[in-house]
Design a protein around this ligand. Sequence first.
Ligand SMILES: C[C@@]1(CC(=O)O)c2cc3[nH]c(cc4nc(cc5[nH]c(cc(n2)[C@H]1CCC(=O)O)[C@@](C)(CC(=O)O)[C@@H]5CCC(=O)O)C(CC(=O)O)=C4CCC(=O)O)c(CCC(=O)O)c3CC(=O)O
Ligand SMILES: NC(=O)C1=CN([C@@H]2O[C@H](COP(=O)(O)OP(=O)(O)OC[C@H]3O[C@@H](n4cnc5c(N)ncnc54)[C@H](O)[C@@H]3O)[C@@H](O)[C@H]2O)C=CC1
Length: 192
Amino acid sequence: MKKNELYPVFLKLHELNVLIVGAGNVGYEKLSFMLKSSPNARVIVVAEEFSEEVRVLAEEHGVPLLHRPYTTNVLHKKHLVIAATNDPEVNKQICEDARERNILVNVADTPELCDLYLGGIVTKGNVKIAISTNGKSPTMAKRLRQLFEEIIPDDIDELVENLNQYRSTLRENFENKVEKLNHITKSFINKS
Ligand SMILES: C[C@@]1(CC(=O)O)c2cc3[nH]c(cc4nc(cc5[nH]c(cc(n2)[C@H]1CCC(=O)O)[C@@](C)(CC(=O)O)[C@@H]5CCC(=O)O)C(CC(=O)O)=C4CCC(=O)O)c(CCC(=O)O)c3CC(=O)O
Ligand SMILES: NC(=O)C1=CN([C@@H]2O[C@H](COP(=O)(O)OP(=O)(O)OC[C@H]3O[C@@H](n4cnc5c(N)ncnc54)[C@H](O)[C@@H]3O)[C@@H](O)[C@H]2O)C=CC1
């Protein structure tokens, strides 16, 4: 079986500079998933035209909109760029410009021009699960997201908060601490 080699990370988008180029259907989809998971993301959107949906969402979250065609100066100080224009040449150019500057780039829906893929995301309070099918089936990533949203108990966050409190009371060495935490969480996986 071929394995998924991608390495998942959890980015602090409220501390990184993110750029989305293009504000049509795809730009909206990427912006809305991003803000759903990271409502304080430091993101700006550059496009020649903005859909009404993008305008409304940007207004709600205080996301700046730059009404202009893409030029390389918008890459200045960016950490992550998502290209979502409907012009494949422009998307390719954005990818090349970003790579030249060591900026991570995602060209929406063009896997070969991506340094990273966006994934399905499940959030329950402090708990977050990211899902990838290695680009094979975004629809399955969506379905798995829906499945986990349903089966992960809503009180998981309470449990995590309690464990966090208990963890901070343990003043032992690392090994004993791990042993205790493993012990009291054992039933969580044996239950079902
Ligand atoms: C590689 C990747 C790159 C990237 O965009 O990051 C990519 C690529 C492509 N998507 C395409 C289409 C669709 N994408 C979705 C949905 C999502 N796509 C997302 C991620 C990714 N999509 C990355 C891989 C993720 C992984 O590893 O699984 C999700 C998870 C996250 C997000 O978008 O934020 C989000 C679900 C979020 C949720 O609901 O939780 C749906 C379903 C729907 O909307 O109902 C469809 C229509 C059905 C279909 O075509 O399958 C096409 C064909 C376009 C065309 O035909 O032109 C390509 C190109 C190709 O595969 O070659
Ligand atoms: N949604 C769809 O039906 C399909 C989409 N795609 C792909 O999805 C991507 C985008 O599609 P949509 O969002 O539906 O397009 P769209 O037409 O809804 O939006 C395109 C956006 O890109 C902006 N744009 C175009 N050239 C620009 C430039 N030079 N500088 C700045 N902004 C620019 C436009 O102003 C607009 O905001 C493309 O990669 C396209 O090839 C592919 C097949 C079908």
